[in-house]
Structure formats: structure tokens, C-alpha cells
Design a protein around this ligand. Sequence first.
Ligand code: SAH
Length: 475
Amino acid sequence: MDNRRIYHKDEILQVEITDIADGGEGIGRVDGYTLFVKDAVIGDTVRAKIMKAGKSYAFARLVQIVSPSDYRVPPRCPVAKQCGGCQIQELSYEKQLQYKQEKVKNDLIRIGGFSPEMIERIMEPIVGMDDPWRFRNKAQMPVGCSGKDSKAPTAGFYAGRTHSIIPVSDCLTGAQGNSAVVRAVLTYMKENNVPAYDEQSGRGIVRHILIRTGFSSGQVMVCIVANAARLPGCEELIELLRAVPGMTSISININKEKTNVILGRTTKTLWGSDTIKDSLRILSEDFTCSGRSVDFRISPRSFYQVNPGQTEKLYSLALQYAGLDGTQTVWDIYCGIGTISLFLAGSARHVFGVEIIPEAVEDARSNAVLNNIANVTFETGKAEEVLPAYIQRVKETPDVVVVDPPRKGCDEKCLQAILQVRPQKIVYISCDPATLSRDLKTLVSGGYQLQRVRPVDQFGHTVHVETVVLLTHKD
Ligand code: SAH
């Protein structure tokens, strides 16, 4: 029945790139056959060599750009291609935003089953970054040896999907001060003959450099992850790091396990404070001015939003969508360190947060104390288990439910618990438009109407996109 031509490995095809895949590859089609071409962007016409051929699709390598896309820009970062961090740095930022807006729209229509007219009518324009560079407040750089025969330490990033280190001291999406920290650590290692950790043999000492910067406070934290309980000659390390502007906390984390997990269980402060401070502002509707702000204390282990500038916008939008006037009871499901709970608390009667990771809940509770917020309570556990029990125990039902689940979306039992308590409003914050669309389908068939949708770009140059959605009950 199918007389389509069969494609083979090493064949070279010319193709126009029309879309972006979830992994960031350019997508092009030749007579219905789909090619995924890494490093090709929407609008390019390219020649690509098939590396792995399937029946209906293939992964191909870019051989030549026959005619470049109008949206193609030179990558700012010299290792944009090798490094796994940014997938679409060669697409102009405006086009990246347009792609993300379309992606959310298409998923809502295709997976959520909403009509294109309705989505067109209610969808608000994506909130982009004012400057899509230097936005990440956290860097975790692996440390290794520069070559097979060289013992000289190097730090950088893993090449996409591998464990070989590309030496880069400065990631352009990270904080400006990171390169000075990396230089200081490498200098210390060379001068004191402190070896980098070798994944293969399990020998050596320095595994990772973890750097966090409080963008509002200017405070910098460095944590050296080591395959040892102490760092030889660590006074010199401290001396060198103290010269970095904003240095507030220097610590060692001990990780002697042969594992991919970065942090070990024990952290010891070597110099300065155990934590750094940061705060997130609650912004007005047009994001120009702020009223209150919420303070956070961050330890090397803490979970904390990685792009604080866009987080302020995302959570301020969620607060606006919730439309609180001080009288409502709110649930914040998948609450992490309670960022949203604390954003909402000032406008709510009570906020109840649920989170699976005990350390995050501890952070949420101490952040509440730090901000003198008393009308929030948190419970540790799986949302799908905590909520049914909570409904039995506490008879009060919420007026507004906020969910901010991981990429796999909400558990079915969690959605059923929400439908059971029938809040007036549901605010859904999502980092995956596909699972968002799937869950919205369930909520809509449970009696809710989609009112507002707005994508927010938290991670420029990647294919990720966040979305805030407001649903209201039909009655
Ligand atoms: N709003 C949070 C971040 C949410 S990210 C903040 O500002 O910190 C999603 C969170 O859901 C993570 O903290 C993750 O640990 C948590 N999580 C994952 N599965 C869960 C489950 N089944 N029940 C409750 N929380 C869960």
C-alpha cells in the first residue's frame, strides 16, 4: 500500500526547515519523510546527511546551509554548538518567542481539544526577557582534566548528552562574575596540585564548582563539590575567592560516591555565611513597578528559581490571575520552597502548600518566618496522597487552587481532588505545554472554562516555555 521511497544512512538530502523539535533540532520534510537536523533553524534550506534512518523519520547532520534563514543570527557563545545548554541560540530571540507562542497555541488546540478561534481570542502575548543574556543565577560546572595526557584542571560544561567537558569559564546566560570564580578555583588547584576528580577511576578531588548569585542582593556563593572531606591548601582558595566581588559564602560539599548526582549529603562552610540572600519583587500588571517583595535565604542545597527576573513576572501574573482580595483560602500544589505561597499570602486569608521534597518544605517554612508571614501552612508528601486526606480532615474548601507541577504534569488523582473541592478559580503554571493541554482537558470536562493563557519565557535559547493559565468554574 505504501510505495514511499526508503531512505538510508549517509544519504544527503536538501530540505527546508519549518519547525523545531522538542530536543531543539530543526524539522524539515521531504515527500512526507521527516528529518531532524541539529543546528538548523526555522527558515534555513540545508543539505543534511542521514545519520540514523527510520521508516518515517531520520536524524541527520547539517552538511551545508544552502540558503540561511532570515531569522538566523550568529551565536554569541563560541561553543554554542558543542555545549548542551542552548539549543536554539542561532535563531533570533524574537523568532524564538514567536515559536514558543505558537507551540503553546498548537498544543492547546491539538492535545487540549480547544477551538483555534477561542485560543486565538483569549491567548495573551508571550512575556519575553528584556535581555536574554546573563539571566541564570546558578551555575554547576564540572571540573576535569584538559586532555588525556594533561593533568591541568579545566572547568566548563558537558558536551550535549555526553560526559566530556568543554572548557568554558563564562556561559553567556550565566552571571557575569562566574568566570572570576572559575579562574580562582583553577588557579588554586594548579598552585596546590589539587587534582580534578576523574569519573572513570573515581580518583582526584574537585568534582564540581557550584556558583549562585543573588541578583537583587549582589551576594555570591561558591560551593566546591569534592571527593574528599577537606581541600588541601584551602586557605589559598579562600584568599583567591574572597577577591571576587560580592563573595559571601564559601563551602565544601563532600561527595565520595561514584554517581552522576552532583551534591553529596554533607556541606561545610569554609568562610563567610552559610547562606546568601535574595528577594523577588511582586510586580504590577505591566511589570513596571513593584509593591512588596519576598525575601529568601539560599543554601547550596536549596531549590530556588534559576531566572529570577522572569520568575517575578511569572508569579506576579499568577497572583493577578488568582484575583485575591484578602478573603480567600488558597491551595498551592507542588509548592517547592513556597515561592508562590509567599507571593499569594499577602492577599489571601490562608495558603496551604503541598510539596514532595522534605528539604523544600523546610525551606518554605523558614522563608515564611523570614518574611513574617503567618497565614501559610505546608505539608510534605505526594499531592495525590496528601490532598484526599486533607479534604477528609479539614472540611474547609479552597476558593482558589494554584498548581505548578513538574514537566510530567498533574497526577490524575490530584486533578480529581481539585475537581472534588470545586474552587472558583484554578491557576495552572506549567513548564510543558503538552502535559498542560492534557490536564486542561480533564479540568474542562470537570466543569471549568479556560479564561486566560499567557506563555512566559524563562529560558531563552532553549526550547522550554512556561505558561500561566486561568480557569474558572462554569457555575
Ligand atoms: N513553585 C515552586 C516550584 C514548582 S516545581 C517554587 O517556586 O519553588 C515542581 C515541584 O513539584 C518540585 O518542587 C517537585 O519537588 C514537586 N513535586 C513533584 N512531584 C510531586 C508530587 N507528586 N506531589 C507534590 N509535589 C511534587
